[in-house]
Design a protein around this ligand. Structure first.
Ligand SMILES: Cc1ncc(COP(=O)(O)O)c(C=O)c1O
Length: 346
């Protein structure tokens, strides 16, 4: 079978051999009873690495986000979210369905939150107005080219929130990509947010899970909500074991994904008619536009597929490519040559 170069997402990664062995050898117990040592080890390792008091192993980034909002908010409150955020666009309306909150979107054009505008959005409880109960920020921005939120901007959001007595939650599905791009300890990025989650399944390549982090009181309530929605696990140490290996081994190689993304972005940006803004390649996500070319996005993606390359449609004229653990420089060169060939033959 022809090898497929899958650039749709970093979620398509396969676990490493070390992860597979750790899964096989994991020491497990009943996690609902608090007796799975491997889950506990993952939760405390993650808490230590991000500088938070406690952690909660959950099945997905989506579950972490939804539990976080359920934990922080009350029914009928308002939550400020980025207009391109995952929590607002890609979680099946979970905030309305599960937390019964109303969302107040804010645009985050360059991965930067407009603090003055955000201040305008914050509402105190009134006889008519819903109270702002939570601010959710995303770092890196998945649907916005993987842009990194600068540290000063995160801290401005946190200061504003603190001044108004509102908690801040960070969807840090790709927080280690942000830390690598900013070249700082991940602890610095999340120091002032009240809670954060990161995914084990993306750049870290584990097969399962995410970890939600915050103070002990927050995690205690979050654990209880996780149980309520059927997220209590029994011998989850098997999957937690792969998460421990992911945290211990995969972070140093994230810079390779970023280098490959830049290489790919540079190559694509030199192809006449294709629009790729290389200044927006902060991490492992590349956005491209075919709006200047005489081809539809569907035909473009299907021609790529004929050459064994998968990319993801973002809009009628744009696509994305994501670099990850399964992609090396030879794949990047092949993709650039293939795109050139497709466009030269239009
Ligand atoms: C920023 C962000 N948040 C949350 C999620 C959801 O993670 P999961 O697919 O594990 O539910 C994703 C997934 O791509 C994401 O990119």
């Amino acid at each position: 079978m022809k090898q497929i170069i899958d650039l749709r997402s970093d979620t398509v990664t396969q676990p490493t051999q070390e992860m597979r062995e750790a899964i096989y050898n994991a020491v497990v117990g009943d996690d609902i009873l608090g007796e799975d040592p491997t889950v506990k080890q993952l939760e405390s390792l993650a808490a230590e690495m991000l500088g938070k008091e406690d952690g909660l192993f959950v099945s997905s980034g989506t579950m972490a986000n939804q539990i976080a909002v359920m934990t922080f908010t009350n029914r009928g409150e308002e939550v400020i979210v980025g207009d391109t955020s995952h929590i607002y666009n890609l979680e099946v309306g979970g905030l309305a369905a599960l937390s019964q909150v109303q969302t107040r979107p804010i645009s985050v054009p360059n991965g930067i939150y407009d603090i003055e505008f955000m201040e305008e959005l914050i509402q105190e409880e009134g006889i008519q107005a819903p109270k702002t109960g939570l601010i959710c920020i995303e770092n890196t921005n998945n649907l916005n080219a993987g842009l990194v939120v600068p540290l000063h901007n995160i801290n401005e959001v946190c200061n504003l929130a603190e001044g108004n007595g509102i908690p801040v939650y960070m969807d840090g599905a790709r927080i280690f990509n942000a830390a690598v791009a900013l070249d700082i300890d991940v602890k610095e990025i999340v120091k002032n947010v009240d809670a954060v989650m990161f995914a084990l399944t993306k750049g870290l390549a584990a097969p399962f899970g995410a970890v939600l982090l915050g103070n002990k009181k927050f995690i205690k309530k979050a654990r209880w909500i996780k149980q309520r929605i059927g997220g209590g696990y029994r011998q989850a140490g098997f999957v937690a074991a792969s998460g421990i290996i992911a945290l211990k081994t995969m972070i140093p190689r994230i810079s390779i994904d970023h280098d490959n993304a830049k290489l790919l972005g540079n190559g694509l940006s030199n192809i006449k008619g294709l629009i790729v803004d290389i200044t927006r390649i902060h991490t492992n996500i590349i956005s491209g536009s075919i709006e200047m070319l005489p081809i539809t996005i569907e035909d473009f993606l299907s021609k790529l597929l004929n050459k064994g390359i998968k990319a993801k449609r973002i809009s009628k004229t744009s696509f994305r490519m994501v670099t990850h653990w399964g992609i090396d420089e030879s794949h990047i060169n092949y993709v650039i040559e293939s795109v050139k060939d497709i466009i030269n033959n239009l």
